[in-house]
Design a binder for this molecule. Sequence first.
Ligand code: HSE
Length: 422
Amino acid sequence: MSIQNQTKLNIGLFGFGVVGESLYKVLEQTPTLNAHISKVCIKHPEKLRNAPASLFTTDAETLLNDPNINVIIELIDDSDAAYSIVTRALTSRKAVISANKKLIAEHIEELIGLQRQYNVPLLYEAACCASIPVIRNLEEYYDNDLLQGISGIVNGSTNYILTKVFREKKTFADALLEAQLEGFAESNPALDIEGTDAVNKLSILLAHAYGVIVHPQSLLHNGIQQLKAEDAAFAKEKGYEIKLVARAKKLQNGKIAAFVLPQFVVGEDQLYTVNNEYNGVVIESSLADKQFFYGKGAGGFPTASAVLSDLSALRYNYGYEYKKLSNNNTAAITSDFHLKVCISFKDLLQVPHDSFERIIEWSSNENRCHVTGIIHCSELVNSKWWKQPDVSIIVYPNGIIENYRPGKTNAGVNLELAEQLV
Ligand code: HSE
């Protein structure tokens, strides 16, 4: 349905959690937007809400069948329920705004199809990096040929925890609890901690940056759950900090290397300055070098600000065109590259020696061993040893290595020597 400039936006809102309530408050104070929440569908009517009781219902059909509601905003955390709401709304030709990363990432192909079939927009700027307008920029501004890479801190909760644990010496459990109390974390915080939320966002960014549709679970990823205090100490010795980074890089053969892994970040890297619940995205383009987007990546008002921006975009009939996808682009994800990584572990038996193409550096004390080496990405994709609770993996800055040829890189110790050093 096309929404004319003067048409009132009558909103059916699903969810009244941290983001939904923030959006409600903001809309109350922004009458100029000519947007009004007609009804809010909630799951728990027993909860006390800071809005008139008449606004709420538990019946989704009341919103989906109301012909006066021309926009559905979906801000719930159950991605299966969100799938049915969003698909129903699109097939009913209602414009939809969603902040649901998991839903969009896992169903983007079908959701693109529905938008085209029913000629209605689905906007989801809030699904990646909350207040940072990264999706619309990747979609509109960056031509695929110019876009060399993206590095981003895209999950506010894990960044908050890493800041609190490594800089402020809080415990992991306390930092996580704070992230939950502040409303940054997912209802199931394992989605944050284990890198699932970040890889969902990376998969959405890949669609808009390169026109690549890839299921998030098929991308190489890990979270911060295995990192140890000794890893932070090792990083500090070398002048690094550890951040959870989503990375995509266009290789010389046109294919895309993409993963989410903890990474050492150097002081000169813009991502080094991104702390607490802030997100940051560095876009590398062949002409403009680097551009840095920075802003709050989680929380009620920052996320509501992106929803608000999508609402106002509906005024001028904005919808994603997925141009890079339509251009019959041949970009594809590849595992055919090497990574320079640090593997940290306690027991040598946990790490198969032949996983490394080369070992560059080895250090150990009574608590921990740190091995720096070169590993082929497919070794990580096809094995699980590096996911053991007592093993961690951290990628080095500029850690993606193309066309690696054994013996042609910087001098380092070989595997046999490393074994003798244990
Ligand atoms: N749990 C998410 C985060 C919320 O911490 O980034 C915003 O997507």
